[in-house]
Design a protein. Structure first.
Length: 103
């Protein structure tokens, strides 16, 4: 379920983009590592006990099960590109790649 002020586009299930408007995203965790690249805007990112101001093209890595949250620091939305490793519960979303015979 998406939080108010957050939308996303997930073309293949492993990389997707978020558009983050106010309000803040709520603190949450994941059972997998996550890497974020800020494409547009500015974000205040909280990772564990560390507060990081992300500016355009900054990258932040979030370890497994570490609580994190973000909030925009201006009236403009932020665009965040998010990557996570392939997970078993997402394998079905990659079946189309079988036609490329990638091994």
């Amino acid at each position: 379920m998406m939080q108010k002020g957050v939308s996303r586009n997930r073309p293949d299930g492993q990389v997707h983009d978020h558009r983050i408007d106010r309000p803040d995203t709520a603190p949450h965790t994941h059972p997998y590592e996550q890497i974020n690249l800020l494409v547009e805007g500015d974000l205040d990112f909280i990772v564990g006990n560390e507060r990081i101001l992300l500016e355009q093209y900054d990258i932040v890595e979030i370890p497994i099960e570490i609580e994190h949250a973000s909030r925009t620091v201006s009236d403009d939305p932020a665009i965040l590109l998010t990557y996570w490793p392939l997970r078993e519960n997402r394998l079905a979303e990659t079946q189309y790649q079988a036609e490329f015979n990638i091994e």
